[in-house]
Ligand binder design. Structure first.
Ligand SMILES: NC(=O)C1=CN([C@@H]2O[C@H](COP(=O)(O)OP(=O)(O)OC[C@H]3O[C@@H](n4cnc5c(N)ncnc54)[C@H](OP(=O)(O)O)[C@@H]3O)[C@@H](O)[C@H]2O)[C@@H](O)CC1
Ligand SMILES: Nc1ncnc2c1ncn2[C@@H]1O[C@H](COP(=O)(O)OP(=O)(O)O)[C@@H](O)[C@H]1O
Length: 484
């Protein structure tokens, strides 16, 4: 698992660490790590000696990092030019170091470069990127160097122009190939459109870990977490002890939603899938192992229910939702179930002892919360989770899972291949199976999003992706993750 901290917490940790160290130590550590990564990129593209390096240098310590790293590269024979955003305000010691190493300043962006270092602004940024920096960053991706290669852009700490604590990109911003960050990750590295701007993120240890005492703003699961959490059968298991998941989705009008939810559930860890709804005949035809009945009261016992997509919003659908919520079981509410909650004004404080996971996309979120997630997706998901007293899985490129207790996870495996009709139905079914298999609701949501994203990627390797392809790829994905 990786974790990211907010700027105020990073600053506090840096202050307490700096108090124990000679002045400038942290910047030297940061710049050394930055120079090392830049040198690796240049070595891959013809060597450091003679390479043309352009530094974009803002007026704060972010610019200082860039200048010291530039000095290190100049000492290895690179031609380093620094474009100072505000020549009247620059990290003077860093500039002296660059000049002493043979680097110099320029007034305009050179026509050619083998590497660009973005040190315009780091965690001290406030608001969108201002002029003249805003105009400067637009053309960066076009710079070319030796043998016509596009110059990679290395961002110092964060790409300039992103909102560090929220991951929003309010205006012009750098798109980096590599972001070298210091001490710990920040939310912009993992969430929102900013995460995409970071490229590959490399963390340089500057000794911050032991003094970073605040709770992280977000956690990011990795494959080892998911493998550890995923329920597995053992020699004493039978189909019931592995858990039974119930699917109450789809309708005569939308049988596909039922089929997709069931196919997601079948890829999960439970020993049995039950289905209740008017698509029962189609479900059994496509998936003979499923026990399917037309009505929820006749469905038999399950350990968790999934309710919503394709269900419709008529009286029958309302009755089914009411029955599902009346159980003492964990439930996943998706799509039409969310609409029914809103129409019935029942979204606030669901007051159930067993957990509820709601899985809105942005449109559903807007209807549930009364406003779109906006630029702070993590903050918005947390607010809705607290208001509903439910776990919120806010779908998107970096799907967010937020709990009423204030924990937040961001899924790193998303792919735009998932943006296809019915993909969310597969996710809801899988999530229900993980809940029924005994995972705590927060972990079930995180694990489902993780595996769903990997399955989308895997399916995309074979061509354009539809929701059944995601469900099919889930089996292989789960095997890769868990060895079973
Ligand atoms: N602290 C540490 O121990 C360590 C810190 N380290 C490094 O320091 C960085 C933080 O440095 P920092 O605090 O000097 O802030 P920084 O990101 O350079 O920005 C401030 C400058 O930017 C300007 N500016 C602001 N917003 C702007 C905008 N929208 N558009 C344009 N300009 C804008 C602002 O101008 P002003 O608003 O004052 O006019 C001010 O001049 C951190 O990210 C890391 O790289 C590492 O060395 C490791 C140890
Ligand atoms: N651009 C994107 N990048 C990555 N994942 C996406 C993107 N757009 C949508 N997704 C994912 O695709 C799924 C779509 O779900 P949903 O909107 O409920 O679709 P449907 O209702 O058709 O099943 C979600 O898991 C969401 O996170």
């Amino acid at each position: 698992m990786r974790q990211a901290w907010r700027v105020a917490d990073v600053r506090a940790a840096e202050q307490s660490l700096m108090a124990t160290l000679p002045e400038g130590t942290l910047m030297q550590r940061a710049a050394a790590g930055l120079a090392r990564r830049c040198a690796l990129l240049l070595e891959d593209a013809g060597g450091v000696y003679g390479a043309r390096v352009v530094l974009l240098v803002g007026s704060g310590d972010n610019g200082g990092d860039a200048l010291y790293a530039g000095a290190a590269l100049a000492r290895r024979g690179a031609q380093v030019r620094a474009l100072l955003i505000r020549p009247d305000r620059v990290h003077l010691a860093g500039l002296r170091a660059l000049r002493a190493a043979g680097g110099f300043t320029v007034r305009e962006l050179p026509g050619q470069a083998d590497l660009v270092v973005d040190g315009i602004v780091g965690i001290g940024a406030s608001g969108g990127l201002r002029k003249p920096a805003a105009a400067l960053v637009e053309g960066l991706g076009e710079l070319r160097g030796r043998s016509g290669r596009r110059a990679p852009v290395v961002a110092v700490d964060v790409p300039s122009g992103v909102a560090v604590d929220t991951g929003d990109v309010p205006g012009a911003a750098v798109s980096a190939d590599v972001t070298v960050t210091f001490g710990c990750l920040k939310p912009a590295h993992v969430v929102g459109p900013a995460a995409v701007r970071c490229g590959q993120v490399e963390l340089v240890d500057i000794g911050l870990g032991p003094v970073l005492r605040a709770d992280p703003a977000v956690s990011v699961p990795d494959a080892a977490d998911i493998a550890e959490w995923w329920p597995r059968p053992d020699h004493a298991s039978d189909k019931y002890t592995r858990g039974v998941v119930g699917i109450a989705t789809g309708s005569a009008t939308y049988p596909g939603a039922a089929l997709l939810g069931v196919s997601g559930a079948l890829a999960g860890p439970t020993g049995m899938v039950r289905y209740a709804g008017s698509a029962h005949a189609e479900v059994v035809r496509a998936h003979p192992s499923v026990v399917a009945v037309p009505r929820f009261p006749d469905a038999g016992r399950a350990q968790a229910w999934v309710c919503g997509s394709g269900l419709g919003t008529d009286d029958d659908a309302r009755t089914t939702l009411r029955s599902v919520l009346a159980t003492a079981l964990p439930v996943v509410l998706d799509a039409d179930a969310l609409t029914l909650l809103i129409d019935g004004k029942h979204a606030k404080d669901l007051r159930r002892d067993a957990p509820v996971v709601v899985t809105p996309h942005d449109g559903e979120f807007k209807r549930l919360a009364g406003e779109a997630p906006g630029p702070d997706r993590v903050g918005a998901a947390l607010k809705l989770a607290s208001w509903m007293n439910a776990i919120v899985l806010l779908k998107g490129d970096r799907t967010i899972v937020a709990t009423p207790a204030g924990e937040v996870w961001v899924n790193p495996t998303g792919t735009s291949a998932l943006a296809t009709a019915g993909s969310g139905d597969v996710l809801a079914g899988l999530l229900g199976s993980l809940l029924a298999g005994g995972l705590p609701a927060e972990r079930a949501a995180v694990a489902a999003a993780y595996a769903h994203g990997l399955a989308g990627r895997r399916a995309a390797e074979e061509g354009p992706v539809t929701a059944p392809d995601i469900a099919a790829a889930l089996r292989h994905t789960v095997f890769d993750l868990t060895g079973q």
